[in-house]
Design a protein around this ligand. Structure first.
Ligand SMILES: NC(=O)C1=CN([C@@H]2O[C@H](COP(=O)(O)OP(=O)(O)OC[C@H]3O[C@@H](n4cnc5c(N)ncnc54)[C@H](O)[C@@H]3O)[C@@H](O)[C@H]2O)C=CC1
Ligand SMILES: O=C(O)C(=O)COP(=O)(O)O
Length: 528
């Protein structure tokens, strides 16, 4: 797997990937044009807030499987274009939270006490004590817009400064705010009542120009405004006007509509604007964190494991990831078995999650199942991102249900796949990370770990059939490592299911010979 690192990321992250056997090329500072030129050679791309990963880059990335954002905001990546192509986009939530919150607090203090301006003045040999009279934070109301990871940490620190904290975030629970003693208010209430306003929302269509002319007009006189989130969330022209009119006492700005900003921009010339060059995440700690988080997910994908922090897939907590991991493998393998047994004909997929599994986010498992099914007909380029849209495109009906009650297992995954008048039922469970088992195929009890070369066949329950199979494989020098024969009920006769675990895959000729043996009804080979 070849990884292109197109921004400067922590050395530890590069070393970690190389140690796992990944080929890592470092090209920090690469232009968008150069990126378009060379992306076709890579399976993975890592960026920070630049360069832009456009639809064109994605289109040209013929081998691209994953884009890693060593940070949080993914507004420089065309996530929709990536999803359409089945490319996973991962980021590093949490890795730079504290660093960015600390910078926001730093900018608040710098703006309130004019620290950078005072520094400049002293260094110029002046002693202007009257000029640098500021305002205290104690007792002031701070309005946090976006009480997510960074907003929460800013709120916590603001409390330590004896500030009254109000917040606006329509997607956060009342209890999360309460645990900090933060009052959730409406957007207008926040705008009208805060002495300091700080934004910590992602840049989306909804948040672009969230604070413009109208909002500045309604703010308290002498308000301090901080933007450590993204340029354009606070409209820059409106901010310049509000500063010039005296409405805004001071502003702290780390991010800009275009980066780097035009050196002639009026914003940079205003005395009471404290500026930094998008350094919210620029600490040793944050960079190590985000670099390693991204490296881990690239490595996960390399080893065929699901990723932790996909932006275009549901996110999972570490605990949930651990619990679901064996079921992900199980679901994918069940898909493979079903597709092989049905000869690639499937139109309807029914999944039932029973027991503890029913309480989990199972959307990953349904995707894994579809991945296994679709791979049989479309080859290995299906992944957890593309599986669902491709299934929809092909008119495959997917039905999911959850039943919390189970009889004998903590969790049970049941799958029913139908196509061209045939169907197959599979049930499986897990007893640990690598101990996942298929316990039933159709009406037959099985209990096996689906790993290795398997031949799954149906045969007549009569003497000699199994012996003939053994002779055939022996004659062809294929060692049978394990065998499960499932009888339905306890009476002899009828049709039996046979699972053969072999050390080497059988050739087509051997498989055909097996299919023709007296008593054998059908036989398919599957590498699981
Ligand atoms: N200056 C810098 O170097 C850095 C900037 N950032 C920026 O900060 C943003 C926030 O980062 P995190 O706190 O880690 O993300 P997060 O996802 O934990 O928090 C974002 C919060 O915004 C809320 N939100 C979304 N839309 C909203 C709306 N229309 N109105 C109000 N609230 C809304 C969400 O509910 C969520 O609670 C990132 O998206 C990124 O753009 C992040 C890290 C470093
Ligand atoms: O993580 C984020 O969203 C950031 O804005 C940090 O950007 P950077 O990785 O420092 O270019």
């Amino acid at each position: 797997m070849k990884v292109l690192v197109a921004s400067s990321i922590a050395r530890e992250a590069i070393d970690r990937m190389r140690k796992e056997g990944l080929v890592v090329d470092e090209r920090p500072g690469i232009s968008e044009e150069e990126l378009e030129e060379i992306i076709e050679n890579y399976d993975a791309l890592i960026v920070r807030s630049s360069p832009k990963v456009t639809a064109r880059v994605i289109e040209r990335g013929r081998r691209l499987k994953i884009i890693g954002r060593a940070g949080v905001g993914v507004d420089n990546i065309d996530v929709n274009a990536a999803t359409q192509k089945g490319i996973i986009v991962v980021n590093a939530p949490g890795g730079n939270t504290v660093s960015t919150a600390e910078l926001a607090i730093g900018l608040i203090l710098a703006a309130a006490r004019k620290i950078p301006q005072a520094d400049r003045s002293v260094k110029e040999g002046k002693w202007e004590r009257k000029k640098f009279v500021g305002v205290e934070l104690r007792g002031k109301t701070i309005g946090v817009i976006g009480l997510g990871r960074i907003g929460y940490e800013v709120a916590k620190r603001a409390k330590a400064f004896d500030m009254n904290v109000i917040a606006y975030d329509p997607y956060i629970s009342e209890s999360k705010a309460k645990e900090l003693g933060v009052k959730l208010v409406s957007f207008d209430e926040l705008i009208e009542n805060a002495d300091i306003i700080t934004v910590h929302v992602p840049k989306t269509k909804e948040t672009e120009n969230l604070i413009g002319e109208r909002e500045f007009e309604r703010m308290k006189d002498g308000v301090i405004v901080i933007n450590c989130a993204r340029g354009g969330i606070i409209n820059e022209d409106a901010l310049i006007r509000a500063i010039k009119s005296g409405k805004v006492y001071a502003a702290g700005v780390d991010v800009y509509s275009t980066e780097p900003p035009d050196p002639n921009s009026e914003l940079l010339k205003l005395e009471n604007v404290v500026t930094t060059p998008h350094i919210g995440a620029s600490t040793k700690e944050a960079q190590t964190n985000v670099g390693l988080i991204i490296a881990e997910d690239i490595i996960n994908l390399f080893h065929g494991y699901p990723v932790r922090n996909a932006v275009n897939l549901p996110s999972l907590s570490a605990e949930e990831f651990e619990y679901l991991m064996p079921y992900l493998k199980l679901a994918e393998k069940m898909g493979k078995i079903a597709a092989a047994r049905l000869g690639g004909n499937f139109e309807k997929v029914k999944v039932t999650y029973r027991g503890k599994l029913a309480e989990r986010d199972t959307s990953y498992l349904s995707r894994a199942l579809l991945k296994g099914l679709l791979e049989y007909i479309l080859g290995p380029n299906i992944n957890l991102v593309s599986a669902m849209p491709i299934a929809k495109e092909r008119g495959i009906e997917v039905e999911e249900s959850k039943i919390e009650k189970t009889d004998s297992y903590e969790s049970l995954l049941e799958v029913n796949v139908e196509g061209r008048g045939r169907s197959i039922y599979l049930a499986g469970t897990s007893f640990g990370r690598d101990d996942y088992r298929i316990i039933k195929i159709d009406k037959y009890k099985t209990d096996f770990v689906p790993k290795g070369h398997y031949i799954i066949s149906l045969h007549e329950d009569k003497p000699g059939v199994i012996g003939r199979v053994g002779t055939l494989f022996g004659k062809n020098n294929i060692n049978i490592a394990g065998m499960i024969v499932g009888r339905y009920g306890d009476k002899p006769g009828g049709i039996q299911l046979m699972l053969l675990l072999v050390d080497d895959p059988p050739s087509e000729e051997v498989l055909e010979e097996m299919q023709k043996l007296d008593g054998i009804i059908d036989a398919v080979y599957i590498h699981l």
